[in-house]
Each structure stands twice: as C-alpha cells, then as structure tokens.
Write a protein that binds this ligand. Structure first.
Ligand SMILES: NC(=O)c1ccc[n+]([C@@H]2O[C@H](COP(=O)([O-])OP(=O)(O)OC[C@H]3O[C@@H](n4cnc5c(N)ncnc54)[C@H](O)[C@@H]3O)[C@@H](O)[C@H]2O)c1
Length: 240
C-alpha cells in the first residue's frame, strides 16, 4: 500500500535508512525529529526521487505530536505506515541511576510513542501498519534498567494495540541488537568490540538490516502478521 509513511527519529542512523527504504517502496515520507538536521535528511531523500517532508518536533510534548498530525493533514491523504523509532539512552548501573534519567528514557522511548500513535490513529488508512522500534535489550541488559524497561514496555504496548485495533491497523515491533549508528558509535570502542564479539552472526547490524525488516512488516506481504516482535539481532538473543 502506498500512502504516507511517518518515521520518527528520522535524523538518526536507523530512522534515515528506514525512511529511505519506505520511500523506495513508494510511500510519501514525513520525517520527524527533535534534531533540525531532519530537514536536510528530507532534502537528501528528495534528491533520490522520494517525496519527503520534515517536521522538527519534540515528541515528549503534546505540541510535538500535534505538529506531526497537522503536517500529515497538510501533506494530504491517510497514513499507511507509522514507525515509532525515536529513542535515547541514559546508561548507568541501576544503583547509580538518577530518577531523572530513568524518567527521560521512558518519556522518549515509550510515552512519546504512545502519545504520537494515539494522536495519529484517526488519520490512518484501513490496512495501515505501525512498527515500534524495540530492542534486543528488552530481554535484559546490564547498565540499562531504564532502556530495558522502555523497550519491553513498547513490546507490551505493541501487543495491546494490535489486539485493540485489529483488523484495521496492524501493529508490530522490531527488536535489533547492536546496529552501527551514532547511538552505538558513541560507545567506547573497547566496550562495543566486546559486545559485537557476542553476536553469533559475527558482525554488528547495519541500518539496512533493520530497514528491510521494517519495510516488510509494514507491507501488505506481512498482512497476516500483527502483535509480534521480530528480533533482528544476528542471533544475539540466543547467546548467553
Ligand atoms: N543503534 C542500535 O544499536 C539500536 C539497537 C536497538 C534499538 N535501537 C533503537 O533504534 C532507534 C533508533 O536508534 P539509532 O541508533 O538510529 O539512534 P540515533 O541516536 O542515531 O537516532 C535517534 C533519533 O531520535 C531522535 N530523538 C530523540 N529524542 C527525541 C524526541 N524527544 N523527539 C523527537 N526525536 C527524538 C534523535 O534526535 C535522533 O535523531 C532507537 O529507538 C533505539 O533505541 C537502536
């Protein structure tokens, strides 16, 4: 199905690639990010032939979700795909974790996704699809109690919505392990190297690995798949 595809966190490594892939699939793109660089990303995608608009918005505020809904109406037509991809980390050992860092991660990774999804629901086409960006970390990770809670919460939200909105809108989640983006490039190289060594596939994931899966889950070919979490983790979920 063509139609509008909304991608949040689209100035980031994964969001940009997901948007590019959905553009190739024929969707009109609306890229959303807190970072003003999202406007340049939209220009770059336009230069590849995609139809792409951009909204700079902080999705932790009602105003941000409202700005996205307004832009969707201005672009015209209904929403075929929403990818709730914006996310942050604020890692610390749980005993040292500041409550503010716990709340900030929940606010962006979980509550903002819920807020935007509910704000956009009336604008969806029948047969639309939502893909929520969870993480392999939803199964558990050291030093990320806030992130693990947010990403497993997103899995619960996915299942609850899938049940509530079937058969009109499908809702699934993708759970990558480490992917080569600014988020992981910010990690100390020696830490990253040790973590990558634990991935059975023998390499870090690429944004393309994840974008392809998001594109499939949002396509009619996945029309009988809803309420599921698909791990894109190179087998990391199987390794101790
Ligand atoms: N990179 C990985 O290894 C990895 C693995 C599993 C899951 N993920 C998830 O994938 C998603 C994308 O990650 P990435 O690696 O591309 O990270 P990234 O840091 O490159 O991109 C995240 C984007 O989200 C945006 N954002 C943050 N707060 C926002 C807000 N309040 N409102 C609007 N936009 C906001 C940022 O500006 C940024 O452009 C995240 O949800 C992340 O948790 C990433």
């Amino acid at each position: 199905m063509s139609g509008q595809a909304i991608v949040t966190g689209a100035a980031g490594g994964l969001g940009r690639q997901i948007a590019a892939r959905l553009g190739e699939a024929g969707h009109r793109l609306l890229l959303v990010d807190l970072d003003q660089a999202v406007a340049e990303t939209a220009c770059e995608l336009q230069n590849t032939g995609a139809s792409a608009g951009a909204v700079v918005a902080d999705l932790t505020h009602d105003d941000g979700a409202a700005a996205v809904a307004t832009a969707v109406r201005e672009q015209g037509g209904s929403i075929a795909v929403l990818v709730n991809n914006a996310g942050i980390t604020r890692d610390a050992r749980v005993k040292n974790m500041e409550e503010a860092d716990f709340a900030a991660v929940i606010a962006v990774n979980l509550v903002a996704a819920m807020r935007l999804t509910l704000a956009l629901e009336p604008l969806f086409a029948d047969g639309g699809a939502i893909v929520n960006m969870s993480s392999r970390a939803s199964l558990g990770n050291f030093g990320q109690a806030n992130y693990v809670t947010s990403k497993s919460g997103l899995v619960g939200f996915t299942r609850a919505l899938a049940l509530r909105w079937a058969p009109r809108i499908r809702v699934n989640a993708v759970a990558p392990s480490l992917v080569d983006t600014p988020m992981t490039q910010a990690m100390p190289p020696e830490v990253l190297e040790k973590l990558v060594a634990r991935i059975p596939a023998g390499r870090i994931g690429t944004p393309e690995d994840v974008a392809e899966l998001v594109s499939f889950l949002s396509s009619p070919e996945a029309g009988y798949v809803t309420g599921q979490v698909v791990l894109a983790c190179g087998g990391r979920s199987l390794a101790a």
